[in-house]
Design a binder for this molecule. Structure first.
Ligand SMILES: O=C(O)CCC(=O)C(=O)O
Length: 351
C-alpha cells in the first residue's frame, strides 16, 4: 500500500491557517454549557495555546499547530508519512468487555513501552523496538506534558510519559465516550493528532452530573459527590450537602429530599445525556493534554472523524505515565519495556 501524503487527507485551507478559529460561539445560549478556553498566542509560539479549566477536576490544554510547525523537517508532515512506511504493528483487538464475544475494537492499535490495558488488552512493544518517528512523537508529547503541567503554576513537575498508544482511524471511525482513568495511570495524558481532522468532545459523567447512578435508582454517597460546577441542580445539591455536613439535617432527610428530586426530574427513569462542555477540532499536528485525576474521574471524552467519507486517515498517538508500582504481577514482568532514552534528535523543543 502506498503511503497517503498529508495533502491527500487534508485540504489546502486546513494546511494554511496560522490561527484556527474557535469552533463555537460562546454567546450561543443553546451551547451555554460550553467552557470558553483561555487563549494565548505568545508563550508557546508558533503554537497557539487553548486552556480549558474544569473546576475541581483539572485542565485540558490544546497546543494548536500550523503549517510552519507541521512542515519542519521531522515534524508532523514527515511523521505522518513515515508512520505509514513502517510496520507499526497496528491491528484491531477484541474488546475485553464485549457483549458479543470476539467483537473487535473499532480502531487499529499498537502500544509501546509500559503495558496499558484499557478496553482492549493490547500487547506492548518495548521502546527499544520502536521506530524513530514513534520516539520523536514521544519526545513531542513529553514536551507538551511538561509545558501543560508547568503552566498550572503550582510548582509541580509532570510525571513523564513512559507508554505510548498509537491508534489508526479510517473513514467514519470514532472512539466513544470513555475515560483514561485506569488506576495504574498518572494524572496527565497527552495526544498528538496526525492526518484527517477530528472533533473531540468532553462531558461530565452521568453520575456526577445528576448525582445519581446510571439507572437513576440510587443517589450517590454524599462523600463521593463533589457537586461540580456545571452539574444539574448544583445550588440545591450544595445547600443540601452542606446541611448534612453541618448536622442541621440527618442522612434520612437528605435521602428523602433526593427522592423528591428524583421524581421531579424523571419519575425514576434514566435522564438525558449530560451536555457537552468542551468541543474542539483536532487538526493535523495539534497536541492535547488532559491534566488532573479529576478529568478522568468525573469527565469522559470521545473523538469522531468527519462523517461521510471525507476523512481518509488519522493517527492519534497518546502518551501516559504508567505507575510501575501499581502494575499487577502479570504485567510486572513486562515493566522493563518502559525504559527508554531519547536521542537529541528525538527530543522536542516546541518549534
Ligand atoms: O483519538 C484521539 O485523539 C484520542 C484517543 C483516546 O481518547 C484515547 O486513546 O484514550
Amino acid at each position: 500500500m502506498h503511503p497517503l501524503s498529508i495533502r491527500a487527507v487534508i485540504d489546502d485551507f486546513e494546511l494554511a491557517p496560522i490561527k484556527r478559529a474557535i469552533v463555537f460561539d460562546p454567546s450561543d445560549k443553546e451551547k451555554g454549557q460550553l467552557i470558553t478556553p483561555q487563549i494565548e498566542d505568545r508563550s508557546f509560539s508558533p503554537y497557539r495555546k487553548f486552556t480549558y479549566t474544569l473546576p475541581g477536576a483539572g485542565t485540558v490544554t490544546q497546543f494548536v499547530s500550523n503549517r510552519q510547525i507541521n512542515s519542519r523537517p521531522d515534524g508532523p508532515d514527515d511523521i505522518f508519512q513515515q508512520l505509514q512506511e513502517v510496520d507499526l504493528g497496528l491491528r484491531r483487538y477484541p474488546l475485553s468487555a464485549a457483549k458479543v464475544g470476539g467483537t473487535l475494537n473499532a480502531q487499529f492499535a499498537v502500544n509501546y513501552g509500559m503495558p496499558y490495558d484499557f478496553v482492549v488488552d493490547v500487547d506492548s512493544r518495548a521502546f527499544s523496538e520502536a521506530c524513530d518517528p514513534i520516539l520523536r512523537v514521544l519526545g513531542r508529547l513529553t514536551w507538551a506534558t511538561d509545558k501543560a503541567v508547568e503552566a498550572e503554576g503550582e510548582g509541580g513537575t509532570a510525571q513523564k510519559p513512559n507508554e505510548l498508544l498509537a491508534l489508526g482511524y479510517f473513514e467514519d471511525m470514532n472512539i466513544n465516550y470513555h475515560d483514561d482513568g485506569e488506576s495504574t495511570l498518572g494524572p496527565t495524558i497527552a495526544s498528538l493528532s496526525l492526518g484527517s481532522k477530528a472533533v473531540k468532545t468532553l462531558r461530565m459523567k452521568y453520575k456526577y452530573y445528576y448525582g445519581l447512578t446510571k439507572n437513576t435508582k440510587n443517589v450517590l454517597d454524599p462523600k463521593a459527590d463533589p457537586v461540580l460546577e456545571g452539574c444539574a441542580g448544583r445550588e440545591w445539591r450544595l445547600k443540601l450537602k452542606q446541611e448534612l455536613t453541618n448536622g442541621s439535617i440527618a442522612e434520612k432527610d437528605y435521602k428523602e429530599e433526593w427522592k423528591k428530586r428524583q421524581k421531579e426530574w424523571a419519575g425514576g427513569r434514566r435522564l438525558g445525556d449530560p451536555p457537552v462542555c468542551i468541543i474542539t477540532e483536532l487538526h493535523h499536528g495539534d497536541m492535547v493534554v488532559m491534566n488532573g485525576e479529576g478529568v478522568q474521574k468525573y469527565y469522559e471524552h470521545a473523538v469522531a472523524l468527519e462523517k461521510g467519507g471525507g476523512s481518509k486517515l488519522r493517527f492519534a498517538l497518546t502518551a501516559r505515565h504508567v505507575i510501575k508500582e501499581k502494575l499487577g504481577n502479570k504485567s510486572m514482568g513486562q515493566a522493563w519495556k518502559g525504559d527508554f532514552k531519547l536521542t537529541p534528535g528525538q527530543t522536542y523543543d516546541g518549534k
